[in-house]
Design a protein around this ligand. Structure first.
Ligand code: KE4
Length: 436
C-alpha cells in the first residue's frame, strides 16, 4: 500500500489534477490502492514520499535503461541547461542526435525530432497519408501509439473492420479511418488490404508489444507486414518508442535482423531522450522530404529538438555504446539480469502453485496471470487481473514497484544487479502465495 505522505499528497493532487495524476495509468486504478508519490530516484531504486525505497521495474515506462539519475546524464543535462534551456532555433546537438539515431536504425535515412512519442507517431502517420495520398491507417488491437484521436480506436463489432472510438471525444468519422486487426494475425491484415487496399496509407505496429504486456511477434509476422505494405503501396511504420535502444542499440529492427528496407518509417521516444521529453520519427528520405518546410506535410513543435533533451539523449546513447562503463556489453548485462529474473519469478510462481505465463524480450517482460501463451489482445484479456492486482500490492508492500497494470511491460535497467534480483524473487515467493 502507499504511505501516509503519499496518501496526503494524493488527496491534495485530486483537488487540482484530474484523478490526481498527469497520466492515467499512474493512478493505480487497475491494481487497487493509491499511487506512491516519488520524491527521488537513483539507479535501480525509487524513493517514496515517506522515504521508503523500492526496486523499480517501471523505469519511467521505459526511458531509464541506465538506471535513474546516471551521473553522466545528469551532468550533460546540467551543463546544457547552463547554456539556456530552449532557443527555438537549430543547434549542433540536434544534428548530432539525428546522425546518431540514423546510424543506430539504418532504415532511417532522415529523422525529425518531437517532444513525445505521441507526437512522433501522430506525425509519422500524417506523413504517410501525405506521401501516399491515401487516408486509412491499420493498427493492432492491444497496441498503443500515443493518444492522437485517430489512434484511440478499437475494433468495430462483428465483421465491421472500421474502427470505433476507444475514448470519448474521438468522433466516429475519425475512428472509421483507422482499421484494426489482431496482433500476430497476418491473414487478417491481408483481408483488410483485399477489402480496402488502395486506400490504406500505412500499417503501424509495436514490433514487440509492451502495451498489452510483453507480446513478441510470431516468426515472420513483421517481415510479412512489410511485404504486404510494399505489394499494396502502403508504408510500414514500426513504432519503436518503447523497443528502440531497449531490445538492442538498434531496437527491434536490430534484434530481429530486419534489414534497412523493412520499415519505411520508424518512431522513437523514451530512451532516445534519456528521460527528458523527446520523440522522433524517421525513415526513407523520399518520404521525409514531404515534410514542411520541404514539402506539403505540416509538422512543428516549440520544444522539438530541445537542447537539454538532446543532451540527455546523446549522453544516454553514448553510455549504451560504452562497454567499459558497465564492465561488459550493456545488452549482454541486461539479458543476464532478465534471464535471472525470469527464472526466479517462474520458480516462485510454481512453488506457490499459481499458473502464470512469463514473456520476456531482453529487458522488457510481463508476468501474465494466465496459464496459456499470450499472442494477441484476446489472449491477454483472459488474464486474471484481480489476481495481478493482489500480486502487485503484495510486491509493493515488500519493496518492489511493478507497473500498476497487467497490460504494461516491466523494465529492468543496467543498475539492477543480483541483490535486486534476489530481493524481487524473495518477495515474489510470498506475493504469489498471497495472490492465490
Ligand atoms: P508518449 O507520448 O507517452 O511519450 O509515447 C506514446 C507511446 C507511443 N508508442 C508506444 C509503443 C508507447 O509505449 C507509448 C507510451 N507508452 C506508455 C506506457 N505504456 C506511456 C505511459 C503513460 O502513458 O503514462
Amino acid at each position: 500500500m502507499s504511505d501516509d505522505v503519499s496518501r496526503a499528497l494524493f488527496a491534495r493532487a485530486q483537488k487540482r489534477i484530474p484523478g490526481g495524476v498527469n497520466s492515467p495509468v499512474r493512478a493505480f486504478r487497475s491494481v487497487g490502492g493509491e499511487p506512491v508519490f516519488v520524491r527521488k530516484a537513483e539507479g535501480a531504486h525509487i524513493e517514496g514520499a515517506d522515504g521508503k525505497r523500492y526496486v523499480d521495474y517501471v523505469g519511467s515506462w521505459g526511458p531509464m535503461i541506465l538506471g535513474h539519475a546516471h551521473p553522466k546524464v545528469i551532468d550533460a543535462i546540467v551543463d546544457a541547461a547552463r547554456d539556456g534551456t530552449s532557443y527555438g532555433a537549430p543547434t549542433e546537438r540536434e544534428v548530432l542526435l539525428a546522425e546518431a539515431l540514423c546510424e543506430a536504425v539504418p532504415s532511417m535515412q532522415m529523422v525529425r525530432l518531437t517532444s513525445s512519442g505521441t507526437e512522433a507517431c501522430m506525425s509519422a502517420l500524417r506523413l504517410a497519408r501525405g506521401f501516399t495520398g491515401r487516408s486509412l491507417i491499420v493498427k493492432f488491437q492491444g497496441c498503443y501509439h500515443g493518444h492522437a484521436d485517430f489512434l484511440l480506436v478499437k475494433a468495430g463489432s462483428g465483421l465491421a473492420t472500421m474502427g470505433v472510438p476507444d475514448s470519448a471525444g474521438v468522433t466516429e468519422a475519425v475512428a472509421r479511418a483507422t482499421l484494426t486487426a489482431p496482433f500476430n494475425d497476418l491473414a487478417a491484415v491481408k483481408a483488410l488490404f483485399d477489402q480496402w487496399g488502395d486506400d490504406i496509407a500505412a500499417v503501424i505496429v509495436e514490433p514487440v508489444v509492451g502495451n498489452m504486456g510483453c507480446v513478441p511477434p510470431a516468426p515472420g509476422f513483421l517481415e510479412g507486414l512489410s511485404a504486404l505494405c510494399k505489394s499494396r503501396g502502403a508504408l510500414f511504420v514500426i513504432d519503436e518508442v518503447m523497443t528502440g535502444f531497449r531490445l538492442a542499440f538498434g531496437g527491434a529492427q536490430e534484434r530481429f535482423g530486419l534489414g534497412p528496407d523493412v520499415a519505411d518509417l520508424t518512431t522513437l521516444g523514451k530512451i532516445a531522450g534519456g528521460g527528458m521529453p523527446l520523440g522522433a520519427f524517421g525513415g526513407r528520405a523520399d518520404v521525409l522530404s514531404k515534410l514542411a518546410p520541404l514539402g506539403p506535410v505540416y509538422q512543428a513543435g516549440t520544444l522539438s529538438g530541445n537542447p537539454v533533451a538532446t543532451a540527455a539523449g546523446l549522453a544516454t546513447l553514448a553510455l549504451l555504446r560504452d562497454n567499459a562503463a558497465f564492465g561488459q556489453d550493456p545488452y549482454a548485462k541486461l539479458e543476464a539480469t532478465g534471464a535471472a529474473l525470469e527464472e526466479g519469478l517462474r520458480d516462485a510462481a510454481k512453488s506457490a502453485g499459481v499458473p502464470v505465463t512469463i514473456q520476456r524480450v531482453g529487458s522488457m517482460w510481463t508476468v501474465f496471470f494466465t496459464d496459456a501463451p499470450v499472442r494477441s489482445w484476446d489472449d491477454a484479456a483472459r488474464c486474471d487481473t484481480g489476481r495481478f492486482g493482489r500480486f502487485h500490492r503484495a510486491m509493493l508492500q515488500r519493496g518492489v514497484y511493478l507497473p500498476p497494470s497487467q497490460f504494461e511491460a516491466a523494465f529492468h535497467s543496467l543498475a539492477h544487479g543480483s541483490s535486486e534480483v534476489e530481493l524481487t524473487v524473495r518477495a515474489a515467493r510470498e506475493a504469489f502465495a498471497e495472490a492465490r
